[in-house]
Design a binder for this molecule. Structure first.
Ligand SMILES: Nc1ncnc2c1ncn2[C@@H]1O[C@H](COP(=O)(O)OP(=O)(O)OP(=O)(O)O)[C@@H](O)[C@H]1O
Length: 263
């Protein structure tokens, strides 16, 4: 479903500021696989997601999505294939537009500009039903400006917008990190439901080790642009925070950084 083969990306190559963000990184995800990614600061986690989304083109290597080589496709060309939710609740939605306008844009994602963005009665009914599944009462606020919603509500809406057109891969970039604990728990629960409902192939970056262990079917740890630990099946199920910490200790020079949460 998602195949990264020997992908490398270096910023400011050949200067004193050179940063090797991804180093010959290979990662193959089967359909429906849900991988959580942890790693030290600057390990390359966001660069990996940007490379899958097409926000960054790698220096070398290939990215294949659903069997197609998308390595050189710009992000707008991949929009239909990739859903993404960012850490910042403000990033995924247009605040001045209404809930239904935002949903209409998400539904039209990847189709030709200007086509099919209008809100018809049939679409409105679908939006109402989808919003009701969030259980936040948003189905009665279709005409409300998104800027009026709380951070948690906006993140739930962003998640819905990223998933309801069933992308081939869903990218979650620390999408619960900016929320208070109860809202983070709600968005996490909605994430699990959406992934299960649409059988989404998912890549989630998190600094929360407990979350990385509990969610998903596979866990990878990155360091200096490489995958240094890759656990799935029983090995992931049985792993503990202590195991992850000890794995980090065995990676030369690894520093968890001050943003990592152990539970
Ligand atoms: N647009 C950019 N321009 C220059 N350097 C960049 C850029 N994006 C990332 N880098 C560098 O590439 C390396 C990997 O960064 P990246 O943001 O992918 O790491 P990360 O694992 O997401 O880190 P964090 O957990 O701190 O968010 C870092 O050294 C970073 O400074």
């Amino acid at each position: 479903m998602l195949e990264l083969h020997e992908v490398s990306k270096t910023f400011f190559a050949g200067t004193v500021n050179e940063r090797r963000a991804l180093v010959d990184l290979s990662l193959h995800l089967k359909p429906g696989e849900f991988v959580t990614i942890i790693g030290s600061n600057g390990a390359g986690k966001s660069t990996l997601l940007n490379t899958v989304a097409g926000a960054l083109i790698p220096d070398s290597g290939t990215v294949r999505l659903d069997g197609q080589d998308v390595t050189r496709w710009p992000d707008h060309r991949r929009a239909r294939l990739v859903g993404r939710v960012f850490q910042d609740p403000m990033a995924g939605t247009a605040p001045a537009m209404t809930i239904e306008q935002n949903l209409a844009i998400a539904l039209a994602r990847g189709t030709r500009r200007g086509l099919r963005r209008g809100v018809t009665a049939a679409k409105r009914e679908r939006f109402r039903a989808e919003l009701a599944s969030l259980e936040l009462g948003l189905e009665d606020r279709l005409s409300a400006a998104v800027g009026l919603l709380s951070g948690g509500q906006r993140q739930a809406l962003s998640l819905l917008m990223a998933t309801f057109s069933e992308p081939r891969v869903l990218l979650l970039d620390e999408h619960t990190a900016a929320l208070d604990p109860s809202r983070a728990a709600l968005v996490t629960e909605l994430t699990e439901k959406a992934v299960a409902r649409h059988h989404l192939t998912t890549v989630m970056v998190t600094h929360n080790m407990e979350q990385a262990l509990r969610l998903g079917t596979r866990l990878i740890m990155m360091h200096e642009g490489r995958v240094v630990v890759d656990l799935d099946g029983d090995r992931k199920q049985k792993a503990t925070v202590a195991d992850l910490l000890s794995a980090f200790e065995h990676v030369k020079g690894a520093d968890l950084g001050d943003r990592t949460l152990l539970q």
